[in-house]
Design a protein around this ligand. Sequence first.
Ligand code: SF4
Ligand code: SF4
Ligand code: SF4
Length: 281
Amino acid sequence: MEKFSYPNRCFTCAGCDADCPISLRTGALKPRSLVRLHVLGMTEALLRDPSIWYCIQCERCARTCPMNVKPSAVIRSARNKALSEGIVNPKFPEMLRQLRRRLQIARRQAAQDIFYRRIPVDPAQIWQEAETLQFRGNGLPVTVSTGTRLQSLKPHKRYMGNSTAVSSCWTCGSCSNACPVSENSDLFSPMFIIRTVNIGQDTLTARSGECWLCVACERCIDACPQGVKGAWVIRSVQDIALRNGEIPPQSYEIWRNVDSRLHSLFVDAVRAGLLSAGGND
Ligand code: SF4
Ligand code: SF4
Ligand code: SF4
C-alpha cells in the first residue's frame, strides 16, 4: 500500500462515492466499498473486483475525503497486486488504455454532435464508431488550434480579476499533463481551454463541445504552478454559455444522459476485456 493513503481512517461517509465521476455516471464503481474490502482484509475479493479497473485515477475521491483517505491509491495498489499475482493478464493495462481513449473519442464526438451540430445522438452507435480510434473532426468555422482566422485576441473580461486567476496562465501545460481526460490531449486539454478564454474565444470552446468533457476532478488546480483554477474556469465557461443561451438547456440534459450511457458502455467493455484477457493463473 502506498504511503499516506490512510485506508484505516475511513469512517464510511461515502463522500468519495458521491463525488466519483464514474460512480455518478454509471453506479458501477464505489471507492468506499473498495476501501472497506482492503480494511477488512478481503484482499482476494478486492483484487478480483472488476471495478478497480473502471477507475480513471482522477483523484477526486482523495480530494473529497474528510479523513484524507486516498481511495485512488488503494485502487492503484490493488491493480498492481492483481497484475503481479497473475490474477489479471499483463496485456490488460494496454487494452484498458485503448478503451479509455475510445471513451474519450466517443465523448468528444457526442459532445460535438450535441452542442455544435445539434443533431440526434445514438450513444451505442458512437461507441461502435469510436473503436476505429478516429475523431471525425469538429468542422468549426474558426480554427483556434492553428492560430489562424481568429476573430478576437482580447482576453475575456468576464473571467479577469476573479478567483480563477485565468490570466496568470503561462501555458506550461501542467494542468493538461495532470488531467485524466487529457490523457488524449488531441481530444481535450484544459490548457487549450484556458488559452481560448484568455484570447476571448470561450464561446467557441463551449459550442465546440470540448469543455463539456471535463469531469470536474480538479487535478488541474492542484497541478498549476500559477494558481489558475482550471476546473473553475471550465465550469464558468459552461455556466456562462448556458446562462447566455449560447447552449440550450436541453442540449446539456441530453449530454448528461449520453455521457452516462457512454461511461456505462466503457464499463461493460472493461468487464468484457477482463474476461477475454484472462489471468495468468
Ligand atoms: S480516482 Fe476518480 S474515478 Fe477513481 S475512484 Fe477516485 S474519484 Fe472515482
Ligand atoms: S498549469 Fe496553470 S500555468 Fe500551466 S498551462 Fe495550466 S493553467 Fe496555465
Ligand atoms: S480539466 Fe481539470 S477538472 Fe476537468 S477533468 Fe481535467 S483535471 Fe479534472
